[in-house]
Ligand binder design. Structure first.
Ligand code: 2HG
Ligand code: ZN
Length: 484
């Protein structure tokens, strides 16, 4: 098909001749057109986007991915790569045309090597994140990427979306954890960049083009990831703080007291814990009282022997004396630690029980978090009576999930109709504080139009130029990130 300026999306079907070529490449177990098999892969995790495809391709090797891309490139057929299908922004859902190949990386799930000497792990794109954490741990190493979907998300998708999660403060985003990549380009060429070097200043860092590109520039098929020493001791606390400003004070104290071994620092507004206790059966109340602002944080270190716990306790006592912390619980067992972390997951789930929610995944400089939340709360309360801001998240790195629950009793559709105005308010304040409208979830389909408003013309032009250089026909994950 000739380039049509619409990313190939005008095409409604794929010629049998092309489908037969793909089926030959993949072998009988490597493809499906069965409606039941396809159904869960054609809707995103939030149920916002529904798509269609001409064929599900399930390659087993990089060579198969390359061969598929060659055929699709020659025939002008769009391809949507998919890992665990956990995108929060509709990155892995094809459009509804039906003229697309959905390419699942799920069968490419081999851990090719864990090298404890180099502190690296070479893995295929379809490895489930949790399995990689376990594979590293088996060799006494840590792979620190950790997030709610870790039991089903796949590393290829984590790389494509530059996933964040709860340990970014200490170990960085996925981008910081990737040393090398293997990528199949839109024309079917394989770029083998599987280097395991900590230093490599040989010109442009090509792997960075693909990390966070959401499958729009090529298909990540394998990666070399960074590992770290496995922490032997963890100290975990949930505490209530005086007010939002106290959160910055506590963050500084925690970093100092742990010798910068603070791995997580998560904010939980009082409403989020209240909803978790009310709506999630196994959520156990951690502190007697209910407080407006709470922080869950963790030190993790190398030496067992309760030194981290002692350091944490001493720090909290002083913070208590100084009026920064007003209540706290320190995990006394692995079970209690798990219960506290369970609350963090439960606040995400609990929200749905109170009706519709309008979500934001923003970041601002850490020092601006209190101002961001206070200004947003105030502006939203002025905008709509009874609206319920529901902020939580990775405050230690400045990333707040500023979700907003509908007023109790309001019609959910009427509330959702106000989404554009609510986004304007929240993203406007974010931009005013030099923040980002997508800190860790990406752009996908959900924020594609919004992106145009918050990037400069030069930034958008450069992104388009890169896209058209690598993918002149607009066949790679069309309509995601950019409208090509
Ligand atoms: C989290 O941090 C996730 O729990 C999801 O990024 C946040 O659903 C959300 O808004
Ligand atoms: Zn998050």
């Amino acid at each position: 098909m000739a380039p049509d300026g619409n990313g190939g999306r005008a095409q409604k079907s794929v010629a049998d001749e092309v489908l037969n070529k793909l089926k030959d490449i993949l072998g009988p177990k490597g493809w499906s057109q069965d409606a039941d098999t396809l159904a869960p892969l054609l809707v995103d995790t939030r149920g916002y986007y529904h798509g269609a495809c001409a064929l599900l391709a399930r390659p087993e090797t990089t060579e198969q991915v390359a061969a598929i891309m060659k055929v699709c490139h020659e025939a002008g057929v769009p391809v949507v790569p998919q890992g665990g299908n956990t995108s929060r922004v509709g990155s892995a859902t094809p459009d509804e045309s039906g003229g697309t190949i959905l390419l699942s990386l799920a069968r490419m799930n081999t851990v090719r090597e864990v090298d404890p000497v180099d502190y690296t792990m070479t893995v295929e794109a379809g490895c489930v994140l949790k399995d990689l954490q376990d594979a590293a741990e088996a060799k006494d190493r840590l792979f620190p990427l950790s997030l709610g979907a870790e039991g089903s998300c796949m590393i290829g998708g984590n790389i494509a979306s530059n996933a964040g999660g709860i340990n970014v403060l200490r170990y960085g985003n996925t981008r910081d954890l990737v040393l090398g990549l293997e990528v199949v380009l839109p024309n079917g060429e394989i770029w083998n960049g599987l280097r395991r070097l900590r230093k490599d200043n040989t010109g442009y860092d090509l792997k960075q083009w693909f990390i966070g590109s959401e499958g729009t520039l090529g298909i990540v098929t394998a990666a070399v990831l960074k590992l770290f020493p496995l922490p032997k001791e963890r100290a975990t606390a949930l505490c209530a703080i005086r007010d939002l400003d106290a959160c910055l004070d506590l963050l500084a104290r925690a970093r100092a007291a742990s010798g910068d071994a603070l791995s997580s620092f998560e904010l939980l507004a009082g409403i989020t814990l209240d909803f978790a206790y009310q709506h999630v059966d196994s959520a156990k109340r951690a502190m007697e009282g209910s407080y407006d602002w709470n922080v869950l944080f963790e030190f993790s270190g190398l030496e067992p022997g309760h030194r981290m716990n002692d350091a944490l306790e001493t720090m909290l006592e002083k913070a208590f004396e100084d009026g920064v912390v007003i209540d706290a619980v320190i995990a006394q067992s692995e079970q209690q630690r798990a219960d506290i972390w369970f609350l963090r997951e439960a606040v995400v789930e609990a929200q749905a029980a109170e009706g519709a929610s309008i979500k934001h995944d923003v970041s601002v400089p850490v020092s601006k978090v209190p101002e961001f939340i206070n200004r947003s709360n105030e502006a939203l309360h002025d905008f709509m009576e009874g609206i319920r801001p529901y902020p939580f998240g990775h405050v230690g790195d400045g990333n707040i999930h500023y979700n907003v629950t509908q007023p109790a009793g309001m019609d959910a559709d009427a509330y959702m109709a106000a989404a554009p105005e609510i986004h304007d308010i929240v993203h406007g304040i974010t931009a005013d504080l030099n923040g980002s409208i997508s800190a860790e979830h990406g752009i996908g389909q959900l924020k594609r139009e919004e992106l145009k408003r918050y990037k400069t013309k030069l930034e958008l032009d450069l992104m388009r130029q890169l896209k058209s250089m690598l993918d002149p026909q607009g066949l790679m994950n069309p309509g995601k990130v950019l409208d090509i």
